[in-house]
Design a protein around this ligand. Structure first.
Ligand code: NAD
Ligand code: LMR
Length: 349
């Protein structure tokens, strides 16, 4: 497929997304004189890593793309590197090459780690993924301590606190630069809402707050736009479907992993927003799981304004319906315990 055709495919797919995302991506493709930006993908040969590498290669805001994994990256990098877009692509394999992959990075995206199988919760991935995230973050603090970190590896509610503790220990923690990627929850909420409300999905906006697991995922359909007259039952069902979106895919894949393609799309949208923020584009807002004072919990997902230093402003929740207020109170114990689990792991091991 020719590059121009591929770009137009992506543009079309983006135009089927809500204004914030499509707008950001389209402006990206129009830009010819963007500053040099290096993006590293850790876990680049995986189910998410490969399509994410493709989407980042299509983003003209990226000048260097480093693809790192413990295996398989030479092939992925050679393949992606033939695409005639701006960025120079390099593949790195094995721990010996991790430093080189990271050096000079502006953004590090982490989809490294194992995915769920049917019957598992995201927390069941903790034992394997916590160690992977810890070692990758240790390397980040050494080789690119000023990079923005986009954490995709699950359980995000724990891996983000792990990363924060690793960076604190290394003396490199900057709360403005650490993000749990919850964009897939927003992507799902927008898609499901548009279907039920029978509105143009490209115009839909829905904030999703809390965390990224089960009931900690709290879509705020009372703030959804365009507004629609949905019943309480319909809102309840949409909320549940958004919360169970990951499980829906895990079950459909029947043992072959979890969401990869929609996640790569969501990860590319979020990284693009970070790049826009770094480049000084005003008013770039996405939901993300970040250090927060929005609630009494130390980390929380909400709308975040992105800027030249990462998080410019963590935005509040806005008015909640009674149903959402109950959801907020119900999610706090689980989210608190996942955050604490991550902090304890990082400080004990
Ligand atoms: N945040 C989200 O919304 C979201 C959505 C989907 C999946 N995920 C999570 O993303 C992770 C990856 O999912 P996937 O489907 O791509 O899995 P996958 O198994 O297909 O790919 C993971 C990749 O990570 C690599 N890897 C393992 N250890 C590594 C290390 N130490 N350094 C670098 N790379 C390493 C593997 O070699 C593999 O290529 C899972 O934890 C999954 O739960 C998160
Ligand atoms: O559900 C999963 O395990 C993967 C991911 O967190 C998702 O929401 O799809």
């Amino acid at each position: 497929m020719k590059a121009a055709m591929l770009r137009s495919v992506l543009r079309r797919s983006c135009s089927a997304t809500p204004p914030s995302a499509s707008h950001v991506m389209r402006r990206g493709f129009a830009s010819d004189s963007a500053p040099e930006r290096k993006v590293a993908v850790l876990g680049a040969a995986g189910g998410i890593g490969q399509p994410l590498a493709l989407l980042m290669k299509l983003n003209p805001l990226v000048s260097k793309l480093a693809l790192y994994d413990i295996a398989g990256t030479p092939g992925v990098a050679a393949d992606v590197s033939h695409i005639n877009t701006r960025s120079e692509v390099a593949g790195f394999m094995g721990e010996d090459q991790l430093g080189q992959a990271l050096e000079g990075s502006d953004i590090v995206i982490i989809p490294a780690g194992v995915p769920r199988k049917p019957g598992m919760t995201r927390d069941d991935l903790f034992n394997i993924n916590a160690g992977i995230v810890k070692s990758l973050c240790t390397a980040i603090s050494k080789y690119c301590p000023r990079a923005l970190v986009n954490m995709i590896s699950n359980p995000v509610n724990s891996t983000v606190p792990i990363a924060a503790e690793v960076f604190k220990k290394a003396g490199t923690y900057n709360e403005k630069k650490l993000f749990g990627v919850t964009t897939l929850d927003v992507v799902r909420a927008k898609t499901f809402y548009a279907g039920k409300a029978k509105v143009n999905v490209a115009e839909v906006n829905v904030p999703v707050v809390g965390g990224h697991a089960g009931i900690t995922i709290l879509p705020l359909f009372s703030q959804a736009t365009p507004r629609a007259n949905l019943s309480d039952e319909e809102i309840k069902a949409l909320t549940k479907r958004t919360q169970d979106g990951g499980t829906e895919v895990v079950e459909a894949k029947a043992g072959k992993g979890s969401a990869t393609l929609s996640m790569a799309y969501a990860g590319a949208i979020f990284a693009d927003a970070c790049l826009k923020g770094l480049n000084g584009v005003p008013d770039v807002v996405e939901c993300s799981f970040v250090q927060s004072t929005v609630t009494e919990l130390p980390f929380f997902a909400s709308k975040v304004r992105l800027g030249k230093n990462g998080v410019e402003e963590v935005l509040g929740l806005g008015p909640l319906s009674d149903f959402e207020q109950q959801g907020l109170e119900a999610l706090k114990p689980e989210l608190k315990s996942s955050i604490e689990k991550g902090i304890t792991f990082a400080n004990q091991s």
